[in-house]
Design a protein around this ligand. Structure first.
Ligand SMILES: Nc1ncnc2c1ncn2[C@@H]1O[C@H](COP(=O)(O)OP(=O)(O)OP(=O)(O)O)[C@@H](O)[C@H]1O
Ligand SMILES: [Mg+2]
Length: 327
């Protein structure tokens, strides 16, 4: 019997860090900054780190470490990377329901990290784009009465999103949703799916986009009015190094982050979201406790390369005091 099942992306990640990855301001760039490499040069990388990633497996590992019996649904290729992911999930005590794609390869990301811990990701999505609701054996997923479904990046597969929500409802499961880039791209249309969602987790840009509001022009409150109306349960809006704001429709809770070093910010969102949901489950719905565990988990993960190293085990709160939550 599972306490939680995650559905989402699966990747193999390689981290290259170099002080030769320079950052410069560039108004024509989408983010206002560019990472620069000398054209034609050969750039020596002192160290390379290989890990597995993808929201589906990162959150599964996080839940398992928090003591939840966890199943993970995703899709990999019939290749070495796919096997690596399977091995890692097994080591963490997670039951893998990974679909094996005989045509498309396991997703692979090359993550270029600057001296300051900021990064640019070169992403090959591979098998993730073919995650299929038809190949999920829902009957095999025996869930606890108090079980949860955690939805992550679904590659824009609306049938999968619809079916997963329907299955969760039929089985009286609660649903947490941290949508991927493609689902965020649905904009306001994504709101149609949110009236069944118990915990909706997005960063501030994503929140504004789904609310249909230009972030620069409005106040945070307007986004929350819109999302509180659309989401059945709690809205969690993360703001990177500026912390998080959470609304349960009646009260708002907010917290910053501890003063801590950042080696690589990859996986902060997954660590926060899965930590928040774990905390929410452990405390029977205490939002302040959930924010504290999510923040501790994210703070720990950004101190290491990769999205899994540093994910906290149950009872371990990492090296920093719990953040103060104001409401
Ligand atoms: N540099 C940082 N140092 C410490 N904690 C951080 C840092 N960045 C993010 N966090 C924590 O992680 C949470 C989620 O981060 P963020 O808002 O960047 O999510 P995201 O944009 O969804 O990230 P991702 O790209 O990983 O999906 C934040 O609310 C914060 O608690
Ligand atoms: Mg995110």
């Amino acid at each position: 019997m599972y306490d939680i099942v995650t559905i989402g992306s699966v990747t193999r990640d390689a981290f290259f860090k170099s002080r030769d990855f320079r950052v410069r301001e560039q108004s024509e760039s989408k983010t206002g900054k560019e990472m620069c490499l000398d054209l034609g040069a050969k750039i020596a990388i002192p160290e390379v780190i290989f890990t597995t990633g993808g929201g589906g497996t990162n959150t599964a590992v996080s839940f398992a470490r928090q003591g939840l019996k966890t199943a993970c649904i995703g899709r990999v290729g019939d290749d070495v990377s796919g096997n690596e992911v399977k091995k890692e999930l097994k080591l963490e005590g997670i039951d893998d329901f990974l679909q094996i794609d005989s045509v498309h390869k396991t997703a692979y990301s090359l993550i270029l990290v600057t001296e300051e811990g900021e990064r640019t990701i070169l992403e090959f999505r591979g098998a993730n784009d073919y995650l299929s609701e038809k190949e999920i054996d829902w009957g095999k997923l025996k869930m606890n009465k108090t079980g949860w479904l955690f939805l992550d990046s679904l590659a824009g597969n609306k049938e999968l999103l619809t079916q997963a929500i329907k299955w969760a409802k039929e089985n009286n499961l609660k649903i947490a949703y941290n949508p991927g880039k493609t689902e965020i791209g649905f904009g306001k249309e994504l709101q149609h799916y949110l009236n069944e969602i118990d915990i909706f987790i997005v960063n501030e840009d994503e929140a504004a986009f789904v609310a249909g509001i230009k972030y620069e022009t409005v106040k945070e409150e307007e986004i929350f009015v819109e999302l509180d109306r659309a989401v059945k349960g709690i809205v969690v809006m993360s703001k990177g190094p500026r912390g998080v704001v959470v609304s349960d429709g009646k009260n708002c809770y907010s917290a910053g982050i501890p003063d801590s070093p950042v080696i690589d910010r990859t996986g902060a969102g997954d660590a926060f979201g899965s930590g928040f949901v774990s905390g929410y489950i452990q405390s029977n719905g205490d939002i302040s406790y959930a924010i504290q565990l999510g923040t501790a988990n994210a703070t720990s993960v950004v101190q290491y390369f990769g999205a899994k190293k540093g994910l906290l085990k149950k009872g371990d709160w990492g090296n920093y005091p719990r953040v103060v939550v104001s409401s």
